[in-house]
Write a new protein. Structure first.
Length: 330
């Protein structure tokens, strides 16, 4: 159940508070009374008010000083303050009230309808502000949810569904970014391209489910051999690409050979099948053979891969020129 709107009424004379309570009896609101400025400030810290009604002439702390102190609190910067006064009603005191932060100044005696009309107006604004705050909160929640969903969708759009590696679409973005960085800071960048040897025979002999297992297992072996700063992609079918930022040709060959040996030496086993697999690898380096375009790095590594496949498979070949025969095996 929603709480009632609260109105702060401050007057050091109990009978004035009693009369004010009678005036406001038809307003659906809770009247919080205070008989001094200090008591009013305590109430301000405890409650949220739609409007405050202050008597001007009070001992110790008059209405003007109380209004200034209320206004000094950030959460009360916009709290409507109405002054009531039976003593001061001249322009000087009225303007003094406005300067202290009041939005209205009523001289006693006043028509109850005038006060209730103003209070109802401020309550309406207060309720609208509450609704607006809820709308803003909901919009923020919705925005956060949409951003999270977009992040998930972006991750899904950049991943290969079978292996969890980055996909070919993401390769273009990462390769462009890393090549630009390499060109600007003068570092190196190496690219490895892998092709599982005789993979079609695996599918034909053991079925596509086991073939999918081999693909996933090989992806896991790639990840176990590279660092968090490297990038692994499923390029398509049984082909994979690894980008090694800040890695020269020597380091790239070492990584390629580590993955090749792990593939060769460890069986691919998923009951009831257990088979040995080999992989051929092509290696290209940004610094050793600067590409004219980013995608030329893939072409260079693919040329080296062709050399590895053509010369017996299960080997690492490095690109070192424009023709396949210019590549050499490690």
């Amino acid at each position: 159940m929603a709480q009632k709107v609260k109105i702060l009424a401050v007057d050091d004379v109990p009978s004035n508070l009693f009369i004010l309570r009678i005036f406001l009896k038809n307003i659906d609101a809770e009247i919080v009374e205070a008989s001094s400025g200090q008591e009013a400030l305590k109430a301000i810290r405890k409650h949220d008010f739609a409007v405050a009604i202050l008597d001007v002439n009070m001992p110790e702390m008059d209405g003007y000083e109380l209004a200034r102190r209320i206004r000094s609190q950030r959460r009360c910067e916009d709290l409507p303050i109405i002054f009531l006064s039976a003593v001061y009603s001249d322009n000087y005191h009225i303007f003094k009230g406005y300067n202290a932060g009041a939005v209205d100044f009523l001289a006693k005696p006043f028509m109850p309808e005038a006060l209730t009309g103003k209070i109802l107006f401020f309550i309406k604004i207060y309720n609208q502000q509450l609704k607006l705050k809820e709308i803003i909160k909901e919009l923020k929640r919705t925005k956060a949810l949409v951003m999270e969903q977009n992040k998930v969708l972006e991750e899904l759009a950049s991943q290969d569904m079978l292996t969890g590696l980055y996909n070919r679409r993401q390769l273009a973005k990462v390769l462009r970014r890393e090549a630009d960085r390499c060109r600007k800071d003068g570092g190196d960048l190496s690219l490895l391209i892998f092709d599982l040897d005789h993979f079609k025979q695996v599918n034909d002999t053991y079925g596509h489910d086991f073939g999918d297992y081999v693909i996933k297992e090989f992806a896991a072996r790639i990840l176990s051999c590279i660092s968090d700063s490297d990038f692994a992609f499923r390029f398509g079918g049984e082909e994979f690409i690894v980008l090694l930022p800040q890695t020269d040709l020597r380091g790239a060959v070492a990584t390629a050979e580590k993955i090749r040996r792990l593939c060769e030496e460890k069986l691919f086993q998923s009951l009831p099948h257990a088979i040995s697999m080999t992989v051929s690898v092509g290696v290209a380096s940004y610094r050793d053979d600067p590409p004219r375009r980013q995608r030329d790095m893939i072409r260079h590594a693919d040329t080296a891969l062709y050399h590895a496949k053509h010369n017996g498979k299960n080997r690492v070949s490095v690109y070192s020129g424009s023709a396949p025969e210019a590549s050499f095996a490690i």
